[in-house]
Design a protein around this ligand. Structure first.
Ligand code: OFO
Length: 165
């Protein structure tokens, strides 16, 4: 059985993952509205990945004999300055997710819940990739600056991202 404290923390992370999905869905829509279809695709794939993360928490809570307590999902921002702003907000959000996964791992270790520590390891590794991807794209966007052609080339690159379940 999960301790009540750990179960609550896992539920909180489930909500964080659902918010992540919501945030990237909003960014996808905004990118499409400003003509950046490739970027819209990138954020849509990100949304799909976040739903996978959320379902991992959902299934894990149930697999430990508990049930989820689904809370309200906060409304994400709906407008952004530009693509760089979207990716900078993405990186900031992912850094928050990294720290929440680390805190959850600390709690599972304190409670000596080895199964939960192992479950969380996938997320610890995943967060390295999440932050790295965002930093790479931010770097490119800073080099591109106001160059419209460069932005369109990057948008084409982002169109190639596919969701791998
Ligand atoms: Fe973006 O990794 Fe989950 O939230």
């Amino acid at each position: 059985m999960l301790s009540k404290k750990l179960c609550n923390a896992l539920n909180k992370q489930l909500n964080n993952e659902l918010y992540s999905a919501y945030l990237y869905l909003s960014m996808s829509s905004y990118a499409a509205s400003i003509g950046l279809k490739g970027s819209a695709n990138w954020f849509m794939v990100q949304y799909q990945e976040e739903m996978v993360h959320a379902m991992k928490f959902y299934n894990y809570i149930n697999s430990r004999g508990e049930h989820t307590e689904l809370a309200a999902i906060a409304a994400p921002p709906t407008k952004f300055k530009n693509l760089l702003d979207m990716f900078e907000q993405t990186l900031t959000h992912e850094q928050f997710i990294t720290s929440s996964i680390n805190e959850l791992t600390d709690l599972a270790q304190t409670e000596k819940d080895h199964a939960t520590v192992i479950f969380l390891q996938w997320f610890v590794t995943e967060q390295i990739e999440e932050e790295e991807n965002d930093r790479d794209i931010i770097g490119k966007l800073k080099l591109i600056g106001d160059n419209g052609q460069g932005l369109l080339m990057l948008d084409t690159e982002l169109a190639a991202r596919v969701f791998v379940p």
